[in-house]
Design a protein around this ligand. Structure first.
Ligand code: ZN
Ligand code: ZN
Length: 380
């Protein structure tokens, strides 16, 4: 085995180790924190060094503020301290050793004082900083919730196929510029082609909360039918099967979606947002809500939420959408309002039950990002 492959295998073995080796005081938690923050720190330093290549344009200004540099310094210090603690507590030095080495590398190439070294030669970039902030923020919100209120108690953080789903996170974050551009493109063209100036001015002047609920309703209505088409039309199902191939549900599982499906789904749901003329503020807040909500409904959180599951989509509702049993096929397409499924006859939420398992019968979709990329194009 080559050194890089060997290192990867060693790190993976440690991350996925048996519960007894992960217990509090074993140096596993500190090792994981040290490694994750070390990698995050290194990626952010790279974004500061090469903003033209690795920094999302909207984030570059944030990254170079003095308060963000203090945050980065804190992050690197915690990475150091955690890695050292793991080295002291744990007999295996893999997590602590790699965490320390990566954090050291991040410091050597500039740390929190890193400045840009290369001119910005193209308007194209990869959102490496967006990926780091995306995963750190989502992880900080959802890992404690999944730990405290798990739906599946025995499911570890690094469960099977975690690397695939993290890779989906990575690709859609790195490609954020092209995804945004392509998915807003058709709506932008239609926006110009349709007049509706007076109507749009009226919509944009509506109270903020009314606009927010209206965006949720119209995007979910469009999403419902696009999603249903992805289930019912065989060629589209081959793309959507990738999303349903996840055998575990958690905060990472929702990221698994074929690149072309992301474009179609976003391209169609931004239509009502743009064309009806909602204010920029309402659209931005909605995008943040839908990002949190779609993570939440996939999460390994066992809350019943009986008081709201008539009106809003809950984890249990969407878990049924991913259920492996027969009764879970082609149900619960909504992402915000479950009553859309009631109206259109696809609602399924048995009292007090969760699905037994997740995925597709016989698991036809192969593992691995690139195999899944090609899956829809393969001959049966
Ligand atoms: Zn689906
Ligand atoms: Zn889903």
């Amino acid at each position: 085995m080559r050194p890089i492959q060997k290192s990867r295998a060693m790190i993976r073995e440690e991350l996925e180790c048996a519960p007894a080796l992960r217990r509090f005081g074993s140096g596993w938690i500190s090792g994981v924190v040290g490694l994750v923050l070390g990698v995050a720190g290194l990626a952010l330093v790279l974004a500061l060094r090469f903003p033209g290549a690795f920094s999302a344009k909207e984030l570059t200004a944030v990254l170079t503020t003095s308060w963000f540099r203090i945050v980065l310094l804190g992050l690197l210090l915690i990475a150091y301290a955690s890695s050292v603690l793991s080295l002291i507590l744990r007999s295996s030095k893999t997590l602590g050793g790699f965490g320390l080495a990566i954090t050291l590398l991040a410091s050597v190439i500039g740390g929190c004082r890193a400045t840009a070294v290369a001119p910005d030669v193209t308007p194209l970039y990869l959102g490496l900083d967006f990926f780091v902030l995306n995963v750190l923020f989502t992880g900080v919100v959802f890992i404690p919730l999944e730990t405290l209120f798990p739906r599946r108690n025995e499911q570890p953080l690094f469960r099977s196929e975690w690397r695939e789903d993290l890779f989906y996170y990575l690709v859609s974050s790195l490609m954020v510029q092209i995804i945004t551009w392509l998915s807003f493109g058709p709506a932008r063209l239609l926006f110009v082609a349709t007049g509706w100036a007076e109507f749009r001015a009226w919509v944009a002047a509506l109270p903020f909360i009314v606009q927010l609920v209206a965006i949720m309703f119209f995007t979910d209505l469009v999403q419902y039918w696009v999603h249903r088409a992805f289930h019912r039309i065989p060629i589209l199902w081959r793309f959507h099967a990738v999303h349903h191939s996840a055998k575990s549900m958690d905060w990472m599982a929702g990221a698994r979606m074929h690149f072309l499906e992301i474009l179609v789904l976003r391209g169609s749901t931004v239509m009502p947002m743009m064309l009806l003329g909602f204010s920029q503020m309402a659209v931005s807040v909605y995008i943040f809500i839908v990002y949190l909500w779609s993570t939440f409904v996939h999460a390994n959180i066992g809350w019943r939420l009986r008081w709201m599951d008539r009106w809003l989509v809950t984890p249990r509702f969407h878990h049924w959408h991913h259920g492996i049993e027969k009764e879970a096929i082609d149900v619960n397409f909504a992402i915000h309002f479950p009553w859309l499924d009631k109206i259109f006859g696809t609602h399924h939420l048995p009292e007090d039950r969760w699905p037994e398992g997740y995925g597709i019968h016989n698991h036809p979709v192969p593992n691995g990002y690139w195999k899944q990329w090609w899956y829809p194009f393969r001959r049966k």
